[in-house]
Every structure is written in C-alpha cells, then in structure tokens.
Design a protein around this ligand. Structure first.
Ligand code: GLN
Length: 455
C-alpha cells in the first residue's frame, strides 16, 4: 500500500468519533491510578515518520530517566521542578526511533522501594485493584501500560523494579543484562546494579523496543560492545530441545501456593511445547538479598551525595525516609572498621552468587521460577516495615547481583483476580533466548490479553 494511503487510513482510525486522544485518556485514567507525575502535551496530530520502527508509539518514562527540558524528578521532593539539560541515551534513542514521550511516571523515590509508596508524590494504584500497590519501584510505568494510557513504558531494574511491577500488573517486563543498554542519564541508585529496560503489552513489542535501546554507548563506559542480535527474528522459533532449569530455592515455603501452582503450570506448558525441564540448585540464593541490601545502600550513600541544594535548588532535608535510611545503612557499611565485615564480605559473596548462576547455566539453557513470592499487596501493608518490603525482592535481586538478564511475563491470576508473573532468567547477553521462550509461552496462552476493569 502506498505510504500516503496508509497514512490516511491510520488517520481515520485515530480520529473515529468518540476516541480519546492520548492526553484525554491519561487524564481520565490517571485520576484513579496516578501513574504519571507530569504529562507532556502531545498535539493531536503528531507527524511521525512511518519508516521509523516505533513511529507514533506513546511511551511513559520513569522519572529517574533524564528527559531534556522535561520534568524528571525521580519521584523525590529533592528534585521537584528539576528539568535535565540532556536526555538519557535510552530516551534519546527511542525518540529518534519515532516514540512520543507522554510524561514522567511515578516510582519509589530514586527507585528505592518495591511498591511505589516511597514516592514523594503519593502512591500509584494497581489498576486491577485500586486498594493495592502496582509493585515498584517502576510501578507507575507498569500501571500506565496495563491501563492502556501508553503503548509502552521505560523503567529501571536494580533489584527487581521492572519485573516485580510487571508481574503485579500483567505486562511484559525485561531486565536486561548489566551493560546491554546505556545507563547514561539514568539517575544512579546502585551503579553496579542499575539496568534500564521496558514494559510492553507483548513479547513482540519488547523485541522492538530492545532493538532500539540495546548497544554500546561511548557515554557509558560500562555499556557493552557485544553485538546486538535481531531480537524479532527469534520470536517464532519455539522451544524444541531448550533445557529449562527450575531452581529449587525459588519454590520454597515463602512462595504463595497459588503463585507456585501457576508457575509450575507454565513450566508444564513449555514442556508440552518441546522444552526439557530439570531441577537445578542456586545454593546461595538466600544470601543474595543480604548482599544486595549491603552493596546497594553503599552505592546509594555515595550516589546521593550529588544532590546538594546549590546544584539542584531543593534542600537535602526533603529526601524521603527510605532514601535517608539507605544513606545511613550504606555509610555505616562503608565506614572504617565495618568496611571489611560488611562491604568487602558482601563483594566476596557476590562473586559466589555469580558462580552459582554459571554452574547452573552449564547444565541448562535458562532458569524458570516465580517473579515475586506473592501477588500485589495492599497499600500500607508493608510500608511501615522495611524488612518485609525488602523480602519482596528475594527472587528478583539475585539476577541483579549476578548481572544476568531476566524477564517477567503474564502467567495467570490468583483467586482475587490479581496477576501472577513468570520469571525466566538467561546467561549474560541472552535476551534473545528469553524473548524466544517467552514468545512461545505467550502464543499458547492468553493471560497477556486480559485487561483490568478500572473501578
Ligand atoms: N525493591 C528493590 C529495592 O528497593 C529494587 C529497587 C529497584 O530495582 N530499583 O532496592
């Protein structure tokens, strides 16, 4: 079809009577869920070059990713009214690929949390049940996608902040290999853990977004020069002969029976499609959370030093409680006298956890387990108890400690009609394998098509 005719048809579809434009849609839905802190005024007839891979796709951007000249506040009062002068590389690449910025999404301040309740601007609500959290820290991004406010959204995953909200909201969420996508312009939390990535409505959309954001960036010395494969090319390949390991530590007592049942059912479905299942062990799993909560606050205590009043205009007194807590934990762990006992020791255990994954990947191609031990919890349920909140990360943070990629895909619902996510974990730089297996599962199930009725 000639491009001109194509454009006219698209225009007619876009303008059929009664259809809300993006801003109206966001205003209407966001009055209930509060996924966005600020939105951009997107003109009704945005001109997009249809040859671009993401032409006209609207995207929410987690507030910790810098957007030149647009409010990017990391959901912290310390950065309220801040507008970066440059864009994060991932944002810049997506805009160049035709995507349209809808606004900054809500998150736990500076991405520190697992429920979006640590935001300095109030929580986001889970579109499946407004009395519950959407997960975190990228809760606004996940909620915005499942509620249909945007086509896709960006998040960051330092210990689970893409996968856990994806699983709580029923969208696809991919934590990329550390170094696969540039961190330039990502407001650092734990610099040796942070990974930018996306939330999408399907695995095929994820392949398209990753294709744009993956790759080396001279502005980020930790970004990798490893070649970027064609992610969409693997989608129809199936799982015949793929060896999938179920780490026994991921199915322990802390995991709710309904989550366990849904995840095991998903593994059986993949077996039916031709995959071979095996039980494996990641014996250091229980240490990963302790390692994470020593190393990440240590890095946070250093990274938060830059937010001085002289530079950003707002007082450090405005740091939210969880940020202050982590600055204190990190400063303590790094102080002379405790450095060896905590920080150094945690670094050594980090190496053992990396070994755990290497050993497992010597016998299987990828790992499968739950994303989160439970489905979405109530707003306020864990907010007063930081330790119980930290436990929400027990199955996601090991892959950040090791730097390996992992995806969350829709895999069922519990008796309260709350989504359950399936986690697949692959060796470094094997996002292609994650997408291949995830797309096979998505093709034979319809969980991802279910949408919340927001009431
Ligand atoms: N919930 C984890 C934490 O609080 C993960 C945060 C993240 O991935 N940004 O640290």
């Amino acid at each position: 079809m000639p491009n001109g005719l194509n454009a006219v048809i698209l225009w007619l579809i876009e303008w059929r009577p009664g259809k809300l434009n993006m801003n109206e849609r966001i205003d209407k839905i966001d009055a209930k869920i509060h996924a966005f802190l600020t939105t951009e005024n997107v003109p009704d007839a945005v001109k997009t070059d249809s040859t671009k891979p993401l032409a006209g796709k609207t995207m929410g951007v987690k507030g910790v990713l810098s957007m030149a000249g647009k409010p990017s506040w990391a959901s912290s009062k310390v950065l309220e009214n801040y507008m970066p002068v440059y864009s994060a590389t991932v944002v810049k690449k997506l805009v160049e690929a035709g995507a349209i910025i809808a606004g900054q999404t809500n998150c736990d301040s500076f991405a520190e949390g697992a429920s979006t309740e640590n935001s300095g601007f109030g929580p986001t609500r889970n579109p499946w049940d407004l009395s519950r959290v959407p997960g975190g820290s990228s809760g606004g991004s996940a909620a915005a996608v499942v509620a249909g406010e945007v086509d896709f959204a960006l998040g960051t995953d330092t210990g689970g902040s893409i996968r856990q909200p994806a699983s709580f909201c029923n969208v696809v969420g991919l934590k990329n290999t550390y170094g696969r996508c540039s961190r330039y312009g990502l407001m650092a939390m734990g610099s040796s853990f942070d990974t930018p990535g996306a939330f999408t409505k399907s695995v095929a959309d994820m392949a398209k977004v990753l294709q744009v954001i993956a790759g080396y960036d001279p502005l980020d010395a930790t970004s990798s020069k490893a070649t970027v494969p064609d992610y969409s090319a693997v989608l129809g390949k199936g799982v015949e002969g793929v060896k999938i390991g179920l780490p026994k530590e991921y199915f322990g007592d802390g995991v709710s029976p309904e989550v366990k049942a849904a995840v095991l059912a998903a593994s059986k479905e993949l077996e039916k499609q031709g995959a071979n299942l095996a039980e494996v062990s990641l014996p250091k799993t229980e240490l990963a959370l302790a390692v994470y909560y020593i190393l990440v606050p240590s890095e946070i205590s250093s990274n938060m030093g830059r937010y001085t009043e002289t530079r950003f205009g707002n007082s450090r007194d405005l740091f939210e409680a969880e940020v202050k807590r982590r600055i204190m934990i990190g400063t303590y762990a790094l102080s002379s006298g405790y450095y060896d006992a905590y920080y150094n020791q945690a670094l050594k255990v980090r190496t053992l956890i990396i070994e755990d994954f290497k050993k497992a990947f010597a016998s299987v191609d990828l790992l499968l387990g739950p994303v989160s031990p439970t489905t979405a919890f109530k707003i306020g349920e864990k907010a007063a108890d930081p330790l119980s909140m930290y436990l929400a990360d027990v199955l996601t943070c090991p892959s950040n400690v090791a730097g390996v990629p992992a995806i969350s895909i829709p895999a069922g619902f519990d008796k309260n009609n709350l989504p359950i996510g399936l986690q697949l974990i692959a060796p470094h730089f094997r996002e292609d394998l994650l997408l291949q297996v995830a797309s096979t599962y998505e093709k034979v199930t319809d969980w991802h098509n279910r949408k919340p009725e927001i009431k």
